[in-house]
Design a protein around this ligand. Structure first.
Ligand SMILES: [Cu+2]
Length: 490
């Protein structure tokens, strides 16, 4: 990149040097009152030489830089797209080079000379017709070729034997594979919550064997259809090596079918790069973590694919069902043993709602009732606060815990607290700092709305500093996105 800029700069400078020299030589000639014809022919020659120079530079750099272009297409559809692109490029390239050779040659050939005069040639209908019809015919040819490629790609839309679902969100892709039934469970936006971001209807039998996977694995030479969606803003499903790109739009399902033809292993050999991987990237600037929005894609043989598929676990059976059973067990257990729940009735007569053992309410009350002194390093994390992604807006489900905290503060009227906001390390540090500050502030506002004197509250944002877990995993990042509470006076 740097050398390319340097070379362009040198060419530009050379151009000005030549321009200046030709001007001076013109001047000198004029002063000498020599035959003017010579000097004009000289500057015309310089100009046409520069033109050829640039043209040759363009062609050479096109050849030398071609290693940086995309590798051969790894899908059947991509080959059709490449053929179309090459057809257009060769056609326009030939016209471009020919016209420019003529342009610079004519600069030289028809430069001013005292002994000749330009012809007056105002109009030629035949010429006009020719240079309108010829490009029109060529254009129609290109359009027909494009249409045939388009229909080849989009007529296959329902043929895919393997149908997977990819949903974009800030800033990750959620990938869902159907289980043995080959059908994905239905989704319903009214079911969306923090435990079920896709809003999958778990009562729908098709959803029970669906899998949420960490990477997209595709069998080679088998058509696949990807159902594409988004949860928040517009993303774009982009697989450059397969020449696939389709916008992921919230509320508007899109789809794209293609047939991978080159496995990851084969491509590694082709590119002589043992570390090569296909990557699904987002091709829409969707926010501060956009650069991070990628997912590995692996194209494997049929056997490897089946092997991988066997290793994947149904999300419903391994995560959802146990959690539901657990909850059912807990709900019945509450009546008899109270295990897992933190129950407390404050001096004001308010009974805490939904608090859990070791939750923030538990820790805060224990601390207030203890002899432990106020400390700068003693922070308790809220455990049931939810914000809209990337925003400081609290979701309605946060109200229960906020109300508990507000009531605790009312029951301990001398206590003053500070709220600290924190984020994970995704995105720009300055954005994270602002977001954490705004979020801590919005919790403060909420507590004051719930009747706590604002003089007893303060808030600050710390951005991605002071992480409590590793930022390398989803779970860790989730723990780091938090609001903490610290007692400043008791
Ligand atoms: Cu995106």
């Amino acid at each position: 990149m740097f050398t390319a800029v340097l070379i362009l700069l040198i060419i530009a400078l050379l151009f000005f040097v030549v321009l200046q020299i030709s001007k001076t030589s013109d001047l000198i000639d004029a002063i000498k009152k020599e035959n003017n014809k010579e000097s004009h022919s000289k500057s015309a020659l310089y100009f046409s030489l520069i033109g050829f120079g640039v043209l040759i530079y363009t062609i050479i750099s096109w050849i030398t830089e071609s290693k940086k272009f995309l590798p051969v297409s790894a899908s059947e559809e991509g080959v059709a797209i490449d053929n179309l692109m090459n057809f257009i490029l060769v056609l326009t390239g030939i016209v471009f080079i020919l016209t420019h050779i003529l342009l610079f040659y004519f600069v030289y050939k028809y430069h001013y000379r005292k002994d000749r005069k330009a012809d007056f040639y105002p109009h030629n209908s035949k010429l006009e017709i020719i240079w309108t019809t010829v490009p029109a015919i060529v254009m129609i040819g290109i359009v027909l070729f494009s249409l045939s490629s388009w229909s080849k790609i989009f007529s296959k839309q329902d043929e895919g034997t393997l149908a997977i679902e990819v949903t974009g969100k800030q800033f990750a892709w959620v990938v869902r594979y159907p289980g043995k039934d080959g059908k994905l469970g239905v989704r319903d936006f009214t079911l969306v919550n923090s435990d079920n971001e896709l809003g999958v209807n778990w009562n729908n039998k098709n959803s029970h064997d669906d899998m949420l996977v960490d990477e997209i694995v595709l069998p080679v030479n088998k058509p696949v259809i990807v159902h594409i969606g988004a949860l928040d803003v517009i993303h774009s499903f982009y697989l450059p090596e397969f020449r696939v790109m389709m916008d992921a739009v919230p509320g508007v399902p899109t789809k794209m079918a293609f047939k991978p033809t080159i496995t990851t292993e084969e491509m590694r050999k082709k590119l002589e790069n043992p570390d090569f991987n296909y990557v699904l990237a987002c091709n829409q600037l969707c926010g501060s973590g956009h650069y991070n929005m990628q997912k590995r894609v692996r194209v494997v043989t049929e056997d490897e694919y089946k092997q991988w598929l066997r290793e994947q676990k149904s999300y419903y059976r391994t995560v959802v069902k146990p959690a539901l059973d657990d909850k059912a067990a807990q709900d019945t257990a509450v009546v008899t043993t109270n295990s897992g729940n933190f129950e407390n009735t404050l001096t004001t007569g308010f009974s805490l709602v939904g608090a859990i053992t070791n939750g923030v309410e538990n820790k805060l009350i224990d601390f207030l009732n203890s002899n432990q002194a106020v400390s700068k390093d003693l922070w308790f994390s809220f455990d049931r606060l939810l914000f809209a992604t990337g925003k400081s807006t609290l979701l309605p489900s946060s109200q229960e815990q906020l109300k508990n905290i507000a009531e605790i503060l009312k029951a301990y009227p001398n206590v003053e607290i500070k709220l600290g906001g924190y984020t994970d390390n995704v995105g720009k540090p300055e954005d994270n700092l602002k977001l954490s500050t705004d979020r801590a502030k919005s919790v403060l506002n909420e507590l004051s709305k719930l009747g706590v004197d604002v003089k007893r509250l303060s808030s600050d944002g710390y951005g991605q500093e002071h992480s409590v877990a590793s930022n390398d995993t989803d779970a860790g990042r989730q723990q780091n996105r938090r609001i903490d509470i610290r007692v400043t006076k008791k």
